[in-house]
Design a protein around this ligand. Sequence first.
Ligand code: AMP
Length: 201
Amino acid sequence: MTSRPVRLLIVGPQGSGKGTQGVRIAETLGIPVISTGDVFRANVAEGTDLGLQVKSIIDAGQLVPDELTSAVVRDRLSQPDAQGGFLLDGYPRNLPQVMHLDEFLEGRDEALDAVVVLAVPREESIARLAKRAHEQGRADDTDEVIAARLSIYETETAPILGVYGTRGIVDEVDGVGTLDEITARIIAALEARGLARPAAA
Ligand code: AMP
């Protein structure tokens, strides 16, 4: 548990394990995970208006329009449980979304404390996604869509790290290893920033 709200973003290519690690880190810190991918998938599954709007975009591995995505996130960040900190997974994903988030957080006198980047070689991401496709049968885990998503990551998402890097809040963590090893690396990086308590000796 932490004494003050911690506001984090976890970034990594599809297949980097950011979803799994995001949940683990958020549990450790006692903050909610806000995953835009999960919000969209839940809406698709429930057949809401939002779900109907985004289904074909997600299935094709393209990005949902920025205004729509940012509105969903603003709404979620306004819920009571996000007032004590949060971990964003999968948003912002491009420069316009960084600007939207900045504007929203500045309006609340808040800012991100750290951006954790999970570094995983492209071949490893592809291998993990192929495995997940086999196990979960996600419509956006086909070879073609995986390639589209990875190239969007490289062209649109990676540049956001330049912006956050100039703010000195980026921690790059080696994303290859066991789940526990990777979680421990992330926690160590957050501890170094005073954002997580050192584990009891
Ligand atoms: P994810 O589970 O984070 O890989 O997200 C699954 C899909 O949801 C993505 O391929 C996009 O179609 C959509 N999505 C998730 N987050 C965003 C975002 N920040 N901006 C636009 N589309 C998004």
